[in-house]
Design a protein around this ligand. Structure first.
Ligand SMILES: [Zn+2]
Ligand SMILES: [Zn+2]
Length: 634
């Protein structure tokens, strides 16, 4: 038989030859360094036979940043972790241990709880294994044999996994540990040059809260110590930007277990929130949107009409009233806006109608999925619904994309655009979807926005353009979304009277450009590392009186600046000047004035967050602030 190498040459091999055989046929060096076979994007263990005509690419220990090569290294490291834990903690039961982005984990049921301090000891045991050297053996056995084996070893989680496994059962053994595992794995442990256990967490067996809580040990591994060092350094930098940490440090918000996933906004966080809200209102008004307000709770009948009852119910908070009535708190504004549009007869002369509403929405996200401000249950979107005719779709999409460009430009954000197409559970016909998807594609092309396609990722009522941002920890979050919908208005029987005196179907563009205020502020906090630009900064100017006699003048100055609409506070604590100046720096306040004997309206020593100092008159300072606001940008 033959396999095809990446340069299109063919390699003759005996029937049944494995990846490792093929590597040997090419050369001993390759055979030694090979870690994996990749074939049409799929990975395959080196020990498995190749097929006639199969395209074959070898990944080696030199592919140090290839995700697949890292994945096999980390998966093998997870098995070393399990071996180490079993040796150190007799009676422990092992569950699962896959590679993940940036590392791996393994879940265990420990006889006694362990602590972060234990990780060092476990890591030392892994180092000992590495020093001794390990190699992996693969065997394929029947489910009955596998079950017998794990019953004898008293590993109930593995027994359960065998019971629910589909296809071939395979085992991998290294040293004293055998795992039920599909692979692929390294040949031996030599390529693992750096391993680090990073943290401990609780995790439910099979991710289900009804099951037992296990202990998850996270770790990571690399092909070189330098790569690990670089990764840990980046992680450290990311931690200092983590919005959950900065949120507490800068006194912006907190969370409380009495309402998980719902932020408590502190006055300083609210200042940021309101600055964004002002931007939203001002731009909506400029661009012909009408502000509306619709109810928060609705009878189940509405959700049945909208399709949410069928497709989205498990994400909704329900309020049972009596035997016949159940209400639900809205997870989206759309159905309310459909009712509003349908409350009067509409003529072609009324369209387009653009309803905007930033109402609080609630979505019952799983507790385990909640993450600071970036995944919450209480969501406020900068939401709007544009009701328009078929002919108006182009120009309304153009207006929406212009608006989007303008907003993201303010923050210097460059999100990735994804065109999400018809999902399996779509409402409506393929012809309708051909039309709506086509409209979105043409709009993206008119605006020269690069995009990738998320096949089947659309919402059940229409295709959408989603904008994604990657945070400092490398996680991707969705920000804005623009959806074109012919289904929901049809379900609500919405039409308009055309110039021809006939009823026509109406189209709806659902759009939230920043996405949610919560997530957006979370992303911005990390994006700016807490040093918000002047127009967003919770405190724009801090005044520090040098001594008691300066307090009155300082408060007078504060009143005058506040009257001009600026956020100014006074630090008159008894602490030393040095300490108060330092605190203003830590809080990343854009401007600080230390007010002493030499200060007056004609002469103020102004310190900027960037370190520059200048002496300005009050008029000059006000002018500087007005310019900062007028040119809202970084
Ligand atoms: Zn495994
Ligand atoms: Zn909507």
């Amino acid at each position: 038989m033959k396999v095809v190498l990446p340069d299109s040459t063919e390699l003759e091999l005996p029937d049944g030859a494995t990846g490792l055989d093929a590597a040997r046929a090419i050369g001993p060096k390759l055979a030694e360094q090979a870690v994996l076979v990749r074939s049409n994007g799929a990975v395959q263990d080196l020990r498995l036979p190749l097929q006639d005509g199969q395209p074959v690419q070898f990944l080696t220990t030199r592919d140090t940043s290839d995700p697949d090569a890292l994945s096999v290294l980390r998966h093998s490291s997870a098995h070393l972790l399990a071996e180490a834990v079993r040796r150190l903690y007799p009676g422990v039961k092992v569950a699962i241990g896959p590679p993940i982005e940036n590392g791996f984990y393994y879940d265990f049921e420990f006889p006694e709880p362990i602590r972060e301090d234990d990780l060092e000891k476990i890591e030392a045991e892994i180092q000992r294994e590495l020093k001794e050297g390990r190699s992996w053996e693969r065997e394929e056995i029947s489910a009955a044999e596998a079950k017998q084996r794990f019953l004898e070893e008293n590993e109930p989680y593995k027994v359960e996994l065998v019971d629910t496994a589909e296809g071939q059962i395979s085992l991998y053994t290294q040293g004293e540990f055998t795992d039920l595992c599909r692979g692929p794995h390294l040949q031996d442990s030599k390529p693992i040059k750096a391993v680090k256990l990073t943290s401990l967490a609780g995790a439910y067996w099979r991710g289900d809260e009804k099951n037992k809580q296990l202990t998850r040990i996270y770790g990571t591994a690399f092909y070189s110590q330098a790569d690990l060092d670089q990764y840990l350094e980046r992680l450290e930098q990311a931690k200092t930007r983590d919005h959950r940490r900065l949120g507490l440090q800068l006194d912006l918000f907190h969370f409380d277990e009495h309402s998980p996933g719902s932020p408590f906004w502190h006055p300083k966080g609210m200042a940021i929130y309101n600055a964004l809200e002002e931007l939203r209102r001002r731009e909506n008004e400029r661009r012909g949107y009408s502000e509306v307000k619709t109810p928060l709770i609705y009878d189940k009948a509405l959700w049945i009409t909208s399709g949410h009852w069928e497709k989205f119910r498990e994400n909704m908070f329900l309020i049972p009233i009596d035997e016949e009535h159940t209400y639900a708190i809205k997870p989206m504004n759309c159905p309310g806006h459909m009712l509003l549009f349908g409350s009067a007869l509409r003529s072609y002369r009324d369209l387009p109608i653009r309803y905007a509403e930033a109402a609080p929405l609630h979505r019952n996200e799983l507790a385990g999925a909640l993450h600071g401000l970036t995944r919450v249950r209480y969501v406020t979107q900068d939401d709007a619904h544009i009701f328009c005719t078929r002919e108006q779709i182009d120009s309304e999409l153009d207006g929406t994309l212009d608006y989007l460009r303008y907003l993201y430009g303010i923050f210097g954000l460059e999100p990735r655009a994804e065109l999400s197409t018809r999902p399996d559970n779509k409402l409506g016909t393929d012809e309708e979807w051909d039309f709506t998807e086509g409209e979105l594609v043409r709009a993206l092309e008119r605006h020269e926005i690069d995009y990738f396609v998320g096949e089947g990722e659309g919402s059940f009522y229409g295709p959408k353009i989603d904008l994604h941002m990657t945070d400092v920890l490398g996680r991707s979050w969705q920000l804005g979304t623009i959806q074109l919908d012919a289904q929901m208005p049809a379900r609500f029987g919405l039409t308009y009277m055309g110039a021809d005196n006939a009823e026509h179907p109406v189209f709806v563009i659902h759009r939230a450009l920043l996405g949610s205020f919560e997530r957006f502020i979370g992303i911005l906090t990390e994006h700016y590392a807490g040093a918000f630009p002047f127009w967003l900064a919770p405190v724009q100017l801090r005044l520090i009186p040098v001594a008691e006699p300066h307090r009155e003048a300082v408060h007078e100055l504060q009143r005058r600046l506040a009257a001009e609409g600026f956020r100014v506070d006074v630090d008159e604590r008894d602490d030393t000047l040095g300490k108060r100046i330092r605190d203003a720096e830590l809080e990343k306040v854009p401007y600080t004035i230390v007010y002493g004997d030499r200060e007056s309206d004609s002469s103020l020593a102004v310190r900027e967050r960037r370190g520059e100092q200048s002496t300005l008159s009050l008029e000059e300072l006000l002018e500087r602030f007005r310019v900062e606001i007028a040119t809202i940008s970084t």
